[in-house]
Design a protein around this ligand. Sequence first.
Ligand code: ADP
Ligand code: MG
Length: 222
Amino acid sequence: IDTKLTEFEKNRSLASLSAGIAHEIRNPLTTARGFLQLFEQRCEPADKKFVELTIRELDRIHALLQDFMGMARPDDESTQLVDIRELTHSVYQFLRPEATLCGVLLNYDVPSSCVLLSVQADRIKQVLINLLQNAVHACDKDGEVHVSLRDFSDHATITIRDNGCGISDMHQLFRPFQTTKSNGTGLGMFVSKHIIEAHRGHLQVDSTVGEGTTVTVYLPRG
Ligand code: ADP
Ligand code: MG
């Protein structure tokens, strides 16, 4: 028991140290980006593209830190009794503009009464944003993403189904830094799995290349 505890303590302090560093990098990054944007407006036209490129690279660092912070956050955050229906709805609302921008139709289907589960709300929200964003980005024209929530006696499931490109390499899916996107971090699935397993739930992924992908999140009750 003693060694287990030390291991836990060690992981926890490593996690909070990493989260702290990520946070400290983010602040000056935001300042630098702000000044670059100002500079972009007054620099020589020939230099504009270099400034744009620099801003894009800073955005990449920002995305990496954002995803990394989700992973590095200590796991001792307290759980609250949350209406998952409301949480799912807020994620759906949050991603609607992005879906519209990508020409993707976002559908949504939830039970008529609330679905109460004891969870770390912000972390579950982060998982759903990750999954929904992946689904939207997997689609091209005629893209459709369907989000549904089901309530069972001992667990609830959230299913995100898309008719996008499908996943060609399932073995790489949960590996950190594995991405097929030019602006991806490859941390989304890795972090999501970590968060759901910390809730004693699991993720199921079914995918067919050229047809689409269905990701189901299982969350136990109590
Ligand atoms: P990122 O989104 O930053 O690339 P993720 O860990 O969220 O990182 O996803 C890793 C990779 O898995 C993606 O780059 C993509 O190739 C693949 N992927 C994840 N979800 C889907 C999906 N719904 N449809 C197709 N491919 C997906
Ligand atoms: Mg992602």
